[in-house]
Design a protein around this ligand. Sequence first.
Ligand SMILES: O=C(O)CCC(=O)C(=O)O
Length: 262
Amino acid sequence: MVENRSQLNSSYDEQGYFVIRNYFNPSELSVLRNVILKFHQLWKDDNQDFYQEDAFNSSLITGSKYLEPDDRVKLFNFISCQKLMAVVDSVIPTKPAFMNTQLFFNPFNQQQNSFWHRDCQYDHEVDGQKKAIEETQVLHLRVPLFDELGMELIPGTHKRWDSDEELAVRQEEKGRHSNENLAGGKEINLAAGDLLVFSADMIHRGLYGLDRLSLDILIFDPAGNFADYVDDDCLPDNAMLDKISDPRLFVNTLELKSLALS
Ligand SMILES: O=C(O)CCC(=O)C(=O)O
């Protein structure tokens, strides 16, 4: 287990990810599970067609659509708890900012395959992707609520461009498909209580199976301008901020959003 701040930082720097096993205790997990299972049921009821045909995740978990203020505060307090802030601060030491949350589950439609990608490929063509890899930093903090197969990552790709094969597969070019196996993929199986931290811009894919239900928290380095990506409704209001023990992550985002408007 890697725990020390500089070790975490150098693992992340070299590999693009690290895992801390057994990081959350049963009572921390049970508070989180309670809130997330409520969200997930309401979300599924409200999105039945999408859930049954295409979905493998939901997002905006901290928003007001499905959760009551008390549960949102519990979730905000989990996201910014000491254990997670220690990890976030080790990778983004200056003003880390909250971006969003996602919840990954097994697709109901068993024909769906998991797919290799870098997150930045959905916003940029190849030149923009290269720039994003060099200049910006977005972190995924994955918190599995149950044991799951986890993720497959290609270590080091947070800092290097694709091989010809990686590019063809993840962009589905030259007759290749994004679910093909890639050399260098490392499977990271996860158990409830583990924490996986990885770079959004490394080449990765989810592994479907077991009881997969994973909360994914996205955090960004303010050097990259992502404030516009943040949905206002997913941030705490003033009354909620008063109930969050360490609200830095959210305050940083609110400040960046107000700077962007001025
Ligand atoms: O778990 C998955 O299906 C994919 C996860 C992923 O791509 C992500 O967290 O960015």
